[in-house]
Design a protein around this ligand. Structure first.
Ligand SMILES: [Zn+2]
Length: 312
């Protein structure tokens, strides 16, 4: 039986939004089969909901916004990244503000919350988008492509003028276990000289050294060391996995990104969906293995009995 997955019980956290600085309470609720990933604003009359699907991609400057009509929620990519990486297909994400909490700037807290809640299988098949032909999209000097691969593999390259970042490339096969150890803890980052501009733009009001890595010209401004030597490229991969949630299905292929961002990621999502001749749906095998992820205390590598989400 090929199944979908949700969480066993609701789980909550509180914090402030990275860009708005607004205080927010967020609760993950179990959701019924076929419902998908849905956001709900309980601070607005009627408690409007927005489903994660490509027609609801909103503003993409410095964060990914989900939008339907006048209702929007900013900076959803880290939450979606954790949800997707764990193979959760149905989830209700309730917020009492317009941006999830940034917490430590990574996706690790969301992973912990979801594993604390526990994952459970549901009736209903999960279909995977299996890439059969290569496809490429470009935006200015940024390039994103995909080619057939048995599983999800990402090669990401960033190139920043800041000498402490420079050019970083990382390739990895994305599985829940690899995600949790190699990507989930990578924090969002910015350049010190960008901060004044971001504030002028009304962005990053909740940003601080507690939730972002700030790169000066010659030193990292945070007291604590980087979590990975190449933390920025890993964070971009984390962001990408979040943005790919807009496909509505897990994807099987080797995705390569050069100097990407939310605009390029979501352009790729729309382009791939507009070219169904380049992929086909297959029923996911082995998804029942997700059940062995729980509980969170088993999240040391030795104790975590989890198979690749998209492996054959
Ligand atoms: Zn990010």
């Amino acid at each position: 039986m090929h199944t979908q997955h949700t969480i066993k019980t609701q789980v909550s956290c509180s914090g402030i939004g990275l860009h708005t600085g607004n205080p927010v309470n967020m609760t993950f609720h179990p959701a019924s089969p076929q419902s998908g990933i849905v956001f709900k604003r309980i601070d607005i009359d009627g408690y409007p909901t927005i489903k994660v699907s490509p027609e609801h991609i909103g503003d993409l400057s410095y964060a990914t916004t989900i939008q339907q009509g006048d209702i929007s929620i900013k900076t959803i990519e880290h939450v979606l990244s954790a949800v997707s990486a764990l193979g959760i297909t149905n989830l209700l994400i309730e917020l009492d503000s317009n941006e999830p909490p940034i917490l430590d700037g990574s996706a690790a807290c969301f992973v912990d919350m979801l594993l604390d809640a526990g994952l459970t299988s549901q009736r209903g098949q999960t279909r995977v988008m299996q890439v059969r032909q290569s496809l490429e999209v470009r935006h200015k000097d940024s390039i994103m492509s995909v080619e057939p691969f048995d599983g999800l593999k990402i090669t990401y390259t960033i190139d920043f003028p800041n000498p402490l970042i420079g050019t970083q490339t990382k390739t990895m096969r994305v599985t829940p276990l690899a995600y949790m150890s190699d990507l989930a803890h990578a924090r969002t980052f910015c350049m010190y000289e960008e901060i004044e501009y971001l504030w002028k733009m009304g962005l990053s009001k909740g940003g601080s050294l507690d939730n972002a890595v700030v790169f000066g010209r010659d030193r990292v401004m945070n007291d604590a060391p980087l979590r990975y030597a190449d933390e920025p490229v890993r964070h971009k991969m984390l962001d990408l996995i979040g943005d790919l949630t807009f496909l509505g299905h897990p994807i099987c292929g080797h995705i390569k990104v050069y100097k990407g961002g939310h605009l390029l990621h979501t352009k790729f999502v729309k382009e791939l969906l507009a070219h169904p001749e380049t992929w086909r749906y297959v029923v996911e095998r082995d998804i029942d293995e997700h059940l062995t992820i729980t509980p969170r205390n088993a999240s040391n590598e030795a104790g975590l009995l989890v198979q690749p989400a998209f492996a054959s």
